[in-house]
Design a protein around this ligand. Structure first.
Ligand code: PEP
Length: 253
């Protein structure tokens, strides 16, 4: 039985005041909404991580970074290491979010190094995979997701891979208002689980949580969560509104 997992990706939004207010509201109400039946995390911008982590320290809500660098320290201007993220109270880190792949230009090889750095630094990576609209239209979804998953986790033993959560986020559904149908999400997520089964043992592939992300809203969360291989939701825009995010958590119970 996989415990549902709802994570909010705040992207480059909020400020020092609103990030804390949003965190407080989620901390106060999420327990009432879901108790401990759902794993909940928020991923604020780097500069607000520490204050949000402090705000949430007495709650069960985890804090994640939106990115990481793979080196541990040194002359890497602008970058942030796993040790730094651990130091300020992060538990999770997004790796390979589609905006980093397609806006910033991150490659599968770089993402693999980031997943590796996260795992060896004691963080829990959320590896994002997903196809572009053009790739879906040309029937390349399976090939793209296979490649991203394989390269993203390359070189990692079963023991290490157990730290990973995978998020299937079709790029055409992120921030567009277009959501994959529950059947489309299930189809790809079942494929991801099958791929995990082929690489690792059956038990591990049954334990790894696979989230869906892409225009998740309170009114589509429950039907997505009803799918067998949708174990949780990675929420962008709707996670900036406490009522919407709490409604999505409720739908995941
Ligand atoms: C995301 O940022 O991972 C995401 C899924 O965004 P949105 O929910 O806004 O589509």
């Amino acid at each position: 039985m996989r415990k549902p997992f709802v994570a909010g990706n705040w992207k480059m939004n909020t400020d020092s005041h609103s990030s804390v207010e949003l965190a407080k509201r989620i901390a106060t109400d999420s327990c009432e909404v879901a108790g401990h039946r759902v794993t909940v995390a928020v991923c604020p911008p780097f500069v607000y991580l520490q204050t949000v982590a402090k705000t949430l320290s007495a709650s069960s809500i985890g804090v994640g970074a939106q990115d990481i660098y793979y080196e541990s320290k040194g002359a890497f201007t602008g970058e942030v290491s796993a040790a730094m993220l651990k130091d300020i109270g992060c538990t999770y880190v997004l790796c390979g979010h589609s905006e980093r792949r397609h806006v910033i230009g991150e490659t599968d090889e770089l993402i693999n190094k980031k997943v590796a750095a996260a795992i060896s630094g004691g963080l829990l990576p959320i590896l994002c995979v997903g196809e572009l609209l053009s790739e879906r239209k040309t029937l390349q979804t399976e090939e793209v997701v296979k490649r991203q998953r394989k390269k993203g986790l390359a070189g990692w033993s079963e023991e290490k891979v157990s730290a990973v959560t995978i998020a299937y986020e079709p790029v055409w559904a992120i921030g567009t208002g277009l959501t994959a149908t529950p059947q489309q999400a299930q189809e790809v997520q079942a494929l991801i689980r099958k791929l995990l089964e082929q690489m690792y043992d059956g038990k591990l592939s049954q334990e790894i949580r696979i989230l869906y992300g892409g225009s998740v809203k309170p009114d589509n969360a429950a039907e997505l969560m009803a799918q067998e291989d949708v174990d949780g939701l990675l929420v962008g825009g709707a996670s900036l509104n406490a009522d919407d995010f709490l409604a999505i958590i409720r739908a995941a119970v």
